[in-house]
Design a binder for this molecule. Structure first.
Ligand SMILES: NC(=O)c1ccc[n+]([C@@H]2O[C@H](COP(=O)([O-])OP(=O)(O)OC[C@H]3O[C@@H](n4cnc5c(N)ncnc54)[C@H](OP(=O)(O)O)[C@@H]3O)[C@@H](O)[C@H]2O)c1
Length: 324
């Protein structure tokens, strides 16, 4: 089978799409034929780890995971001994936060991993939205967003931001989304009640205060957003922030017993993908696809995601349409 292999850290130039052995499902595992995957900010961060200390977790001198790719959608090809949850031929989707490995024709995962059968009639490329939705939901859950609450999502055009707008609306919140001019209509179409163009006005002076502020893209700070927050409000971030300040502030506020700033750690599990499936089926969540690449051109996809300018998700079609 073919896979995009990164045997060392570096720019997307280190990626090699080449033949590697096809994995065999062991006991309790399933073998998935991957039709679609994404290149995400996590993949990009794994390829060129920053800060350097991140290597302590993913391999000091060379990457422990040499085939990246978290989101996948495809078909069960085979099941290992004792695996009974899925059958060959079933269309499935999900994400692989421990093993990665979806930038390949085949992926082996424990059947207990976050895998679910695909919603009916959904295209494979529209199903590879789990990672962004997972982070978005983790943050919204941390505050227990409820109907009627006023929430602000900064960076609403990214993978996490676009999922956060939709999931916050599905929880019944009133959503103000901050984005740039080119994304205003798209974000409004996802259900945002108010959209603010951060290139045209200071989003911190819009005459409103909020119960919950989410920096979905790591481009603002708690100190900038403070004046937007009601007493008792919470600020959450998906990125470390300048000098890791979001982690430090979260630790400080945890010690003081207040939850003013939080930096939630997502926990994966089957329930996450089942939740995402339910939202898709209810018409409350959909993928916004920016660009689509072939597996052979995956280095180009990495270069684009590295610009930090993508809208929603960047899809890699592993199996071409004619082969399906
Ligand atoms: N906690 C974790 O483990 C974890 C996991 C995955 C990702 N992340 C982090 O989460 C963040 C978001 O990831 P993502 O995949 O959603 O990002 P993304 O899709 O790459 O976000 C790109 C979007 O951000 C917008 N943007 C760029 N500069 C901006 C600014 N100054 N203000 C507002 N929007 C701006 C861009 O549009 P415009 O430039 O036109 O506004 C673009 O549409 C990243 O920092 C990523 O590292 C964290």
């Amino acid at each position: 089978m073919k896979a995009a292999v990164s045997a060392r850290y570096g720019s997307p130039d280190v990626l090699e799409v080449r033949e590697v052995p096809k994995p065999e499902p062991k006991a309790g595992e399933v073998l998935i034929r991957v039709y679609a995957t994404t290149v995400s900010r996590t993949d990009v961060g794994m390829l060129r780890p920053h800060p350097f200390l991140a290597r302590l977790f993913i391999g000091l001198f060379r990457p422990r995971r040499t085939v990246l790719g978290m989101d996948f959608a495809g078909e069960i090809e085979a099941v290992g001994p004792g695996a009974a949850q899925f059958s060959p031929g079933e269309r499935v989707f999900g994400f692989s936060p421990q093993r990665f490995g979806a930038h390949a024709h085949y992926l082996c995962l424990p059947e207990t991993a976050p895998i679910a059968t695909m919603p009916a009639d959904l295209r494979f490329e529209d199903a590879v939205l789990c990672e962004g939705a997972w982070y978005a939901d983790t943050n919204l859950k941390r505050f227990s967003v409820e109907p009627g609450q006023n929430i602000l999502i900064y960076g609403a055009s990214g993978a996490i931001g676009m999922a956060a707008v939709q999931l916050a609306k599905s929880r019944g919140a009133r959503v103000t989304a901050v984005t740039s001019t080119q994304h205003l209509d798209r974000v409004r179409a996802l259900g945002a009640d108010r959209v603010i163009d951060y290139t045209a006005e200071d989003f911190t002076r819009i005459g409103e205060t909020f119960d919950f502020v989410l920096d979905a893209v790591g481009k603002t700070t708690y100190f900038r957003c403070r004046r937007l927050m009601k007493p008792g409000a919470m600020f959450a971030a998906t990125d470390l922030g300048p000098w890791g300040q979001n982690v430090l502030l979260a630790a400080w506020y945890a010690m003081t017993g207040s939850k003013r700033v939080v930096f939630p750690t997502p926990k994966s599990g089957k329930s996450v993908v089942e939740f995402i499936k339910a939202r898709i089926e209810a018409g409350e969540l959909r993928a916004v696809i920016d660009r689509t690449y072939r597996l052979e051109d995956i280095a180009e996809a990495y270069r684009y995601v590295e610009t930090e300018q993508k809208t929603g998700i960047v899809v890699v079609k592993v199996v071409a349409e004619d082969d399906e």
